[in-house]
Write a protein that binds this ligand. Structure first.
Ligand code: GAL
Length: 675
């Protein structure tokens, strides 16, 4: 008997740690709080979406990220071992170099040393018992974060007892709070103050104005060829003569009258302020159809967003015909079948039965409409695209009545012979010259994710805007990674040619058909909108407008905030301060003031000690940020106005300090006293 008891006890002692332990894979955790210097960390994929590969070795599991990347896990002393194989992903070019750190309660437990391309994966196997917080860090190894695609392969935590994996990841829930005051009942004109059009091309501009209805509109000194509908404020027509025309716009209602100067520039430059509108991709993706596009246009009017200057209703991918995937695509003969008609003109699919009727529907509301395609044979989602039909497609888009073309890169990668700048530029030049031959102004948006530093040449190939990044999604790491990495691009942006850090991820998003509320906290959403406005970014709402909630509407209808984006000077903000998880961005405005964003990002991207990349204690809710006059290049006294709250904060001398919420922003307008 004693022997049996002894054997049972021995077995228990031997097996207990195994019974009472749990394996948690890193790729199964909610990665939304893993920060990444570029793009979004993904489970079982590299940061660019490829299979995880280090020095030729493929891994089925793990997490691909990009320096600088942090991920803080609450182990609460329940950890046992952490194992992984780490290295630079093969998709990075030879310039990439990273250093992995595993930090337990502020102490470095393991570090990889500098790792470069073709270094075999390094094995990590460390004791994490008694550790309360475990930080996984990838630094840029001190040489800037370019091409630092870093992989945590086969990464897993051995834990004691039953651990709820959601409790491992720090997440904070916040209630939405509205800052935007309700617009006054008195008229206020909010539409862009400058507008470019080519001579002899159709003109469409809607005077966007808030205030009580009914409202009537007027315009003084309107150039010959234009007609204003006084009830709707929609101006249409055509101007034949080049030149600058100074117009006075007027909006009147029972409570008063608003006037606004408006400059029409007739020449070869269009898109003088960043486009503002809606795009189908971030909500509907492949589930888009004509009814959803119409619903977006209806909602733009019904919600009143049109009165704040929102203009475009853009169809993204998935409107053309998708060739059967089992049919091999002959490279040079895409003219057969119903993807194109017998003359090679592109057709829309069944979900878009009447494109001209759809564009008319949108135009009749005073809005504009956009379309999408790619220079390759297929779009990114596999639909027929423009390759070798560029001129016909430009003509088709014009004939259908489109005002905007987003032109992607997908599948052109198979056509491109190399990775030279010339090859990157070629397809965009081809479409530019095709668009130049149609008698319609079509805003030209390049979407090739920043390859070949497109910001340096997007203007020279005739782009009105160009994507500077990969795709955005609704996580803090992705949105803030994209937004705060725009520093330095400002010198390439200006009226008619804008940097595009991708579309907005507020409201109900989801890449269709099912949608979810954005995963960004309210403060992160304030950061998103404020930063995009400071960056003079095209503002394309990516949510289902027909189900927009009050909070999202408030984010998108603050006229003083939107005026930062639409400022006629068109000077993108520069980052003027970046330390200890605090950043200040400043943008020169037309009236001599400066729009300034004070951001508390929470993570120090230039930390000296690896442990300083993390917030080890309870995440602070607010932090003081001080802006000095000298940082802004001004002297003496200055006035400060809070733009979200639309409230004057007073006059300050030398410096101004604000309390900024974690991951949030205080957006102000600073006006030197002598202005
Ligand atoms: C991606 C692009 C997205 C969306 C998508 C459509 O390349 O970045 O914004 O347009 O293609 O397939």
């Amino acid at each position: 008997m004693r022997k049996i008891i002894f054997t049972v006890l021995l077995t228990l002692v031997f097996y207990f740690p195994f019974i009472n332990s749990q394996t948690i894979w890193l790729d199964k955790l909610d990665l939304s709080s893993m920060s990444s210097g570029w793009n979004t960390p993904q489970a079982d994929k590299s940061i660019a979406g490829n299979p995880l590969t280090i020095a030729g070795q493929k891994f089925d599991r793990g997490v691909g990220t990009h320096s600088i990347s942090t991920f803080l896990l609450n182990l609460n002393g329940k950890g046992k071992r952490f194992t992984a194989e780490v290295g630079l992903d093969d998709e990075a070019t030879s310039q990439g170099s990273v250093e992995f750190y595993i930090i337990g309660d502020k102490k470095i437990l393991w570090k990889s040393g500098v790792m470069r391309k073709n270094d075999s994966a390094k094995k990590v196997d460390i004791d994490i018992s008694k550790i309360k917080k475990l930080g996984l860090l990838v630094t840029d190894a001190g040489d800037g974060l370019d091409y630092d695609h870093a992989d945590w392969c086969n990464a897993k935590l051995e834990m004691t007892g039953n651990v709820n994996s959601t409790s491992l990841v720090a997440s904070i829930k916040h209630k939405p709070y509205i800052l935007t005051p309700n617009p006054s009942d008195k008229p206020r004109i909010n539409s862009a103050k400058v507008f470019g059009v080519r001579p002899g091309h159709p003109f469409l501009y809607t005077i966007a104005a808030t205030g009580k209805r009914p409202m009537t509109f007027d315009a003084e000194y309107l150039p010959v060829g234009l007609l204003l509908n006084k009830k709707t404020g929609i101006i249409t027509g055509m101007i034949n003569k080049e030149g600058n025309y100074e117009v006075k716009l007027i909006a009147k209602n029972s409570l008063g009258k608003a006037e606004s100067k408006f400059k029409i520039s007739v020449g070869n430059t269009i898109c003088l302020t960043p486009p503002m509108g809606w795009n189908s991709w971030n909500c509907w993706a492949e589930a888009v159809d004509a009814d959803k596009v119409k619903a977006a246009a209806d909602a733009m009017v019904k919600t009143g967003l049109i009165n704040h200057g929102w203009t475009y209703i853009n169809i993204d991918d998935c409107w053309a015909i998708k060739p059967d995937s089992h049919v091999a695509m002959p490279k040079d003969s895409l003219t057969s079948g119903d993807q194109r008609d017998k003359d090679g003109m592109i057709n829309a699919n069944k979900k878009f039965p009447d494109m001209p009727a759809l564009t008319k529907y949108v135009h009749d509301k005073g809005l504009k409409i956009g379309i999408y395609s790619s220079p390759g044979p297929l779009t990114c989602a596999g639909y027929t695209a423009c390759y070798q039909h560029e001129q016909q497609d430009a003509e088709r888009f014009a004939e259908w009545g489109f005002d905007y073309l987003k032109y992607d890169w997908c599948s052109y990668g198979n056509i491109a012979k190399d990775k030279t700048l010339e090859t990157y530029q070629e397809p965009y030049k081809v479409m530019r010259s095709a668009l130049d031959k149609v008698d319609r102004d079509i805003v030209y948006s390049l979407c090739q994710y920043g390859m070949g530093e497109v910001w340096k040449w997007g203007d020279s190939v005739g782009g009105n805007l160009w994507r500077t990044t990969g795709d955005i999604n609704d996580s803090w790491s992705n949105m803030s990674g994209i937004g705060f990495n725009q520093a330095g691009h400002e010198k390439y942006s200006g009226p008619g040619h804008w940097n595009d850090p991708d579309m907005l991820v507020v409201g109900l998003v989801g890449w269709g058909p099912s949608l979810h509320p954005t995963r960004l906290t309210p403060d992160e959403q304030y950061t998103h909108i404020s930063l995009w406005c400071l960056l003079d970014a095209p503002l394309l709402i990516g949510c289902d407008l027909s189900r927009i909630d009050k909070f999202t509407l408030s984010l998108l209808s603050n006229d003083e905030v939107l005026a930062v984006d639409q400022d006629p000077l068109g000077k993108q903000a520069s980052r003027i301060f970046n330390e200890s998880g605090k950043q200040i961005w400043s943008k020169d405005m037309f009236d001599g003031s400066k729009a300034v964003g004070l951001f508390y990002t929470g993570v120090d991207n230039k930390a000296k000690d690896p442990a300083d990349y993390f917030n080890w204690n309870k995440i602070p809710t607010k932090e003081k940020i001080t802006l000095t006059a000298s940082e802004l290049g001004i002297t003496g006294k200055f006035k400060v106005r809070d733009l979200w709250r639309q409230r004057d904060l007073g006059t300050f001398k030398d410096k101004y300090t604000a309390e900024v919420p974690y991951h949030g922003v205080i957006l102000i307008k600073v006006t030197p006293k002598n202005k």
